[in-house]
Design a protein around this ligand. Structure first.
Ligand code: NAD
Length: 358
């Protein structure tokens, strides 16, 4: 029997509620899979600041690096918004990604057949959408130097090195090989020098993947095409800021932010987390949708632990719960047969996953 160490970072707001449901589902399947998961909790975000004075205690970094994967809830909330920037929960998260060197953020945007009516776009436009956004996560304008601000001016610098582009491009091409073998690289090469380097390097890396078709698209056009004809995309490869914006746009194709998972991977260990934040407006009410976090746990099994069958069982259980009409409040207007709480949804998916034999 294999043993895996998982660091659980529940965080703030709805974080603890949704992580508990993901653990419930993982425990329901690991009993009859050939592996055991051992969990260790660590603090990050506002709750970490309240206890230790630091949104990212060193102990959290150490525990995470000593584990096989990190399952992460969400951090942040109004209570900590007035702190100086370094003390804020969001700074802890950026620092965490940098420490773990998770340079690739994978964000699937999948439209469930059962929820085609939940999108703000017409069903015929979005039915069958299955996009993987591969976003560079620890470079580009969010980290480039120089940056600063004085009374009359603010400045940031968008920098990418050849090596940074090469490694994220390889991730995108490798993922495309397991999908429909199409990569669309997003840039602004008509205006930005950094984007021209991006385009040239991605084109070079593509020669190592002759089965994959590479296209390039300017970011402004990509924003438009995602709404006009999202089915044209398989893998979208982007830099940090373009991916931040486009992946949020892509996620809305699915209807609710509460459905979508993500994986942040790199040369050390990976972080698996829902794309949404800590939703302070609904925290503690038992109405948060846990599906994004449960699907993140599935990505963890697939990408970090190589437990494909277990991941498939969870994905099938999510689909079954949705097709049987179970909905949390955020999706209650869309073909709901029964409205359930966060914990009820977790139990329903855990139950289906336990029974699912693939
Ligand atoms: P948010 O994603 O937390 O919430 C946006 C809206 O979506 C809210 O109305 C919320 O109720 C709803 N929502 C989010 N997740 C949901 C779920 N699982 N089920 C049902 N509804 C859900 O974004 P925000 O309100 O802009 O930010 C709140 C806090 O979260 C801020 O402090 C922000 O900095 C932080 N944040 C953290 C992360 C992260 O931890 N990775 C990401 C984004 C925002």
């Amino acid at each position: 029997m294999k043993n895996y160490k998982i660091t659980l970072i529940k965080g703030d707001g709805i974080g603890p509620e949704i992580i508990d449901e993901a653990v419930k589902v993982l425990d329901a399947i690991s009993t009859d899979e050939d592996f055991e998961l051992k969990y260790d909790e660590a603090l990050m975000g506002g709750c970490a600041y309240d206890i230790t004075g630091d949104p990212l205690p060193q102990e959290t970094i150490d525990k995470s690096l000593a584990s096989d994967a990190v399952l992460f809830g969400a951090i942040g909330g109004q209570k900590w918004d007035s702190l100086e920037r370094e003390k804020r929960p969001e700074s802890g998260l950026l620092r965490f990604r940098k420490e773990l060197e998770v340079f690739a953020n994978l964000r699937p945007a999948v439209v469930y057949d059962e929820l085609v009516n939940a999108s703000s776009l017409k069903p015929e436009i979005i039915q069958g959408v299955d996009i993987m956004v591969v976003r560079e996560l620890i470079g580009g304008i969010y980290f480039g130097e120089p940056k600063g601000r004085d009374e009359n001016k603010g400045w940031n610098t968008m920098v990418y090195t050849r090596d940074e582009i090469v490694r994220i491009a390889h991730e995108a091409f490798k993922i495309a090989m397991s999908r429909d073998k199409r990569v669309c690289s997003i840039d602004k090469a008509n205006v930005l020098d950094v984007s021209q380097l991006w385009r040239d390097v991605v084109t070079e890396v593509a020669t190592e993947y002759p089965e994959v078709t590479l296209t390039h698209m300017y970011v402004d056009n990509a924003a438009m095409q995602l709404i006009l004809n999202p089915k044209q995309f398989d893998v979208m490869l982007t830099g940090n800021i373009f991916g931040d914006i486009l992946s949020d746009e892509a996620s809305m194709l699915s209807g609710s932010i509460g459905l979508l998972p993500s994986a942040s991977i790199g040369s050390k260990i990976g972080v698996y987390e829902p794309i949404h934040g800590s939703a302070p407006d609904i925290a503690g009410q038992g109405i948060a949708n846990p599906i994004a976090t449960i699907a993140s746990a599935s990505m963890m099994l697939r990408y970090a632990l190589g437990e494909e069958r277990a991941a498939d069982r969870i994905d099938a259980a999510i689909k079954q719960a949705l097709s049987e009409g179970y909905r949390t409040k955020d999706l209650s207007a869309f073909d709901a047969k029964e409205i359930c709480s966060t914990s009820e949804m977790g139990s329903i998916i855990a139950n289906y996953a336990a029974k699912c034999t693939l």
